[in-house]
Write a protein of this length. Structure first.
Length: 404
């Protein structure tokens, strides 16, 4: 029988107590997480339902790795996050090396660009404020399509350009199909062309030295207006033709007023007088006349450097009336009329000042036939008389008066 002292027994009991209460620690397993992206990534696992998969949070800079420990022998179940909420994560595992490769990048969304125009268009987005909308520059030939990717799920914000700086662009989209339809064409500027003449005028521009100002041939009817479009925002230069007529234009804002006429200066004579005599001075300074002219009639001049033209019309009768109307470059500028017996009307027009002057005269008495070889003269009351041998007036019966 072995005797154990009380003191020793207490010591053995203490040793047994300590050894019996201490638990054996659970083993830990090491895994490597490697960040192969260009973004800082935070790896962690704090799953309360599976504590053996948990590990402490670790921040991985781009292109770095870290070692983490868990109590799970079956591999790592890492979770990831980043300061950029738009990043998505892709994980690949190398079982043999117990390594987890994490790649962080933005999710890309595809959109189709369709060029409907006849011009090559370059499309891009390099917005430094909204980087999600950016995509690389892509050149799209006429009538073709291209696909681009951006980080924005809210649609594309394309910017357009071309080698031709005069092109303007239009973009229309189909949100459901994620398709953007692109159009390119030259900006058009509108001008009003008004024909104020009595003749049709054809307008066009085919100047090869300035193609921006070109437009197709079109005819403007008399006293009407049309709209012409060109690529030139600094005005237009209409070329004109109207048979053998003279054409010219003037500009009022964006309105081009056209005129066409046969002669620079035209005189139109009309009235009920049987005939008239016309006396005039040509633009060359030559005096001339037209006698016993039937009405209506007209006389036309081209002012070759002359400033003023003058016309006198004489009515060699008592009854009837006469009218002179003056046209300068196809526009009526002066009109005078009268019905006095044996009336003379004179019109003078200055092409430089564009002012007309007139004069008129009629005798108080005029020849009124013949009686016994003596000339009859009109009287103040409508009768007629002749001067007798004494120098006095002798009135005759009105039946002898032939005043017209």
């Amino acid at each position: 029988m072995i005797f154990v002292s009380a003191k020793y027994r207490v010591f053995l009991l203490f040793i047994l107590f300590v050894c019996g209460c201490k638990e054996t620690p659970e083993p830990e397993y090491e895994y490597i997480i490697e960040n192969i992206s260009k973004h800082t990534v935070i790896a962690y696992n704090n799953d309360a339902t599976s504590p053996i998969d948990n590990f402490e949070e670790v921040s991985l800079e781009p292109q770095t790795r870290a070692t983490v420990k868990t109590k799970s022998p079956d591999g790592l179940k890492p979770k990831f996050r980043s300061s950029d909420p738009d990043l998505v994560f892709d994980i690949k595992r190398d079982i043999d090396k117990k390594t987890y490769y994490v790649n962080a990048d933005y999710k890309y969304y595809e959109y189709t660009l369709e060029n409907l125009s006849n011009f090559t268009i370059t499309v891009f987005n390099n917005d430094t404020i909204s980087l999600k909308d950016n995509f690389n520059e892509v050149t799209i030939a006429p009538k073709t399509k291209a696909t681009v990717k951006t980080k924005s799920a809210d649609g594309l914000k394309p910017k357009l350009k071309s080698s031709d700086p005069d092109l303007v662009f239009e973009v229309k989209s189909d949100a459901e199909k994620k398709v953007y339809y692109l159009s390119a064409d030259y900006k058009q500027y509108e001008y009003i062309v008004e024909n104020t003449s009595n003749f049709p005028i054809t307008v066009y521009n085919n100047d090869s030295s300035n193609p921006k100002g070109n437009f197709s041939e079109t005819t403007v009817n008399p006293n009407s207006k049309i709209v012409i479009k060109t690529r030139n925002g600094n005005g237009m230069v209409p070329m004109m033709k109207s048979g053998d007529r003279i054409t010219e234009y003037e500009v009022s804002g964006k309105t081009y007023i056209l005129n066409a006429y046969l002669n620079t200066l035209e005189y139109i004579f009309s009235g009920t007088s049987k005939t008239v005599n016309i006396y005039y001075t040509t633009p060359e300074g030559k005096r001339d006349s037209l006698l016993n002219v039937n009405l209506p009639s007209e006389l036309k001049f081209k002012l070759f450097g002359a400033e003023t033209a003058q016309i006198t019309v004489y009515k060699p009768y008592v009854s009837g009336n006469i009218t002179i109307e003056v046209y300068f470059k196809g526009k009526s500028v002066h009109k005078l009329t009268g019905s006095d017996p044996h009336l003379r009307l004179t019109s003078s027009y200055n092409a430089k000042t564009k002012k007309a002057t007139e004069s008129r005269s009629a005798p108080e008495e005029w020849p009124c036939g013949v009686y016994n070889g003596r000339t009859l003269i009109t009287g103040p009351r409508g009768g007629c008389y002749y001067i007798n041998s004494n120098g006095n007036k002798t009135y005759v019966d009105r039946s002898y008066c032939n005043c017209d």
